[in-house]
Write a protein that binds this ligand. Structure first.
Ligand code: C2O
Ligand code: CU
Ligand code: CU
Length: 502
């Protein structure tokens, strides 16, 4: 299906909504007008590429709140912890949309649930206080069945939250702090984005054969002999990255989805699943001018296992026709050390106090709530069900602000298995334990050393046959929220459920 064909699909069941009434008691520190609209950008040599893109305008707040645009993606939005934020969303798209603040703990009305999607021409008002730790979060659409395509056309951007604890760590900042959004895309011969959702792709997840960093292919960073803070975000629909430096130096990781780790960690590579972020330090102060290095994604096995039918996929996994399967190796980014600069950076041994909880603090420490990820009747299921706009099952009801032990189990008996990056709205969780069934071996061996399980996460990769126990503190606000697979094609095709906080 070509893009035009896609755009003419009917927008079943989504009505217009008027701009919600502004709360006069809410005194915003920051006010932004955010517009989602069709646009054109120079991505490849040749024709401009048609996209859907966000633009933002600062109505009130500190200069620098809206960062420089990054290609066809939305600009970074910079908030301070404690900021009261008001955002007006204007939908100039030819289809319904709504924005979700990925990783932030916001009131129900501000979370971007698909039932709140606004029709073309509509507006939506967000008001929330930034109560989360300093970290790299993001914003992207969430209309049901159109999240994947809208994110793919370009609707995604970083949210950078700062706080006093982070400032005290004295990390590289200004030009030495670089957000890097990694995505894969397919282009046709006329430099237009191709997005195809056939049945197979909804099952496997969409993969593109062009790797973009901050919206551009073949990205090269020209840096000095100094330390840099590289903040990665996997904004791909379904690609998993195994990131490593070409000179064999370990990745120095300082943060995960939910902000800074307690202390820096060196890892041979970084496993970044769709939706996840990783904060790293690249210290070039010992490098010489002229040095070059490359960030690569290393090969790993990503089989799709079919009961009784053996495995599908070769070196990586099935490639959805793109030729570059999940697990195939490629170059992500080049770094060129081009100038001498005063270095002298010392990475602090303590970065933050993450204030982790103990499992015994959970409402249910001895009996984790069970959530299955499974495949039946040619579709993905979550908690034995598929997405329904308003429904919640008994085990999907939690006390607002309560901490619970959950077990996400990637059904070992399923007729088909894949790795699923599982995401909860409304907060961050800790990974308590990963329990492997037999047969998880090769993929786990290849990826596990790059997991960021020691930090706060809002998205965790659950490997085939694995049971992952997490300790999740649910939103302090009451309402209807979502949890889902962040392989966006899985999410759109129903591997998503509501939970309710009461
Ligand atoms: Cu980034 Cu509902 O997710
Ligand atoms: Cu989210
Ligand atoms: Cu999935």
């Amino acid at each position: 299906m070509d893009r035009r064909g896609f755009l003419t699909l009917p927008l079943a069941g989504i009505g217009g909504r008027l701009l919600a009434q502004q709360d006069e008691a809410f005194r915003p520190d920051v006010e932004i007008d955010l517009t989602a609209a069709p646009a054109e950008h120079r991505i490849l040599p040749g024709n401009l590429t048609k996209t859907f893109s966000y633009t933002a305008r600062l109505v009130r707040g500190r200069p620098g709140t809206i960062g420089d645009p990054i290609g066809f993606l939305g600009p970074p939005l910079r908030f301070r912890r404690g900021d009261k934020v008001r955002i007006r969303l204007f939908n100039k798209l030819p289809e319904a949309t709504i924005v979700h603040w990925h990783g932030l703990n916001v009131p129900e009305k501000a979370d971007g649930h698909p039932r709140l999607a606004i029709a073309p021409g509509g507006e939506y008002l967000y008001e929330f206080e930034v109560i989360d730790r300093a970290g790299l979060y993001w914003y992207h659409p969430h209309p049901h069945e159109h999240t994947a395509s809208q994110a793919y056309w370009g609707l995604a951007g970083p949210v950078i939250v700062t706080d006093g604890e982070e400032a005290a760590a004295g990390l590289p900042s200004g030009e030495r702090e670089i957000p890097l959004v990694i995505q894969d895309r397919n282009f046709d011969a006329r430099q237009q984005l191709e997005y195809v959702t056939n049945r197979m792709e909804l099952m496997h997840g969409f993969l593109g054969d062009r790797i973009l960093v901050n919206g551009a292919p073949d990205r090269e960073l020209t840096l000095g002999t100094a330390a840099y803070r590289l903040r990665f975000m996997n904004g791909s629909n379904s690609r998993i990255y195994k990131l490593a430096w070409s000179n064999g130096k370990p990745m120095t990781v300082i943060g995960s989805d939910g902000g800074l780790l307690a202390a820096p960690r060196e890892k041979p590579w970084l496993t970044l699943a769709p939706g996840q972020r990783a904060d790293t330090i690249l210290d070039l102060s010992g490098s010489s001018v002229g040095e070059r290095l490359e960030l690569r994604s290393l090969p790993f096995p990503a089989p799709m296992t079919m009961g009784g039918m053996g495995r599908m996929g070769g070196i990586g996994g099935p490639d959805g026709g793109s030729g570059l399967g999940n697990g195939a190796p490629f170059s992500v980014l080049r770094v060129h050390v081009a100038r001498k600069e005063a270095g002298g950076f010392k990475l602090p041994a303590r970065l933050s106090e993450p204030a982790f909880k103990a499992t015994r603090a959970a409402v249910n420490p001895g009996a984790p709530r069970q959530f299955s990820l499974s495949f039946m009747r040619m579709q993905w299921y979550l908690n034995g069900a598929r997405f329904e706009m308003d429904s919640v099952r008994q085990n999907e009801i939690f006390d607002a602000g309560g901490t619970y032990l959950l077990e996400l189990s990637n059904s070992p008996q399923g007729m088909m298995q894949m790795a699923h990056p599982m995401h909860f709205h409304g907060g961050q969780f800790q990974v308590v334990q990963r329990i492997s069934a037999s047969g998880t071996g090769p993929m786990k061996d290849a990826l596990a050393d790059g997991f960021l399980d020691e930090g706060w996460l809002d998205t965790v990769l659950v490997l085939p046959g694995e049971r992952v126990r997490i300790l999740m503190t649910f939103p302090r606000y009451k309402g209807l929220y979502l949890y889902h697979c962040h392989t966006l094609e899985h999410e759109d095709s129903g591997m998503m459920r509501n939970f309710r906080t009461v």
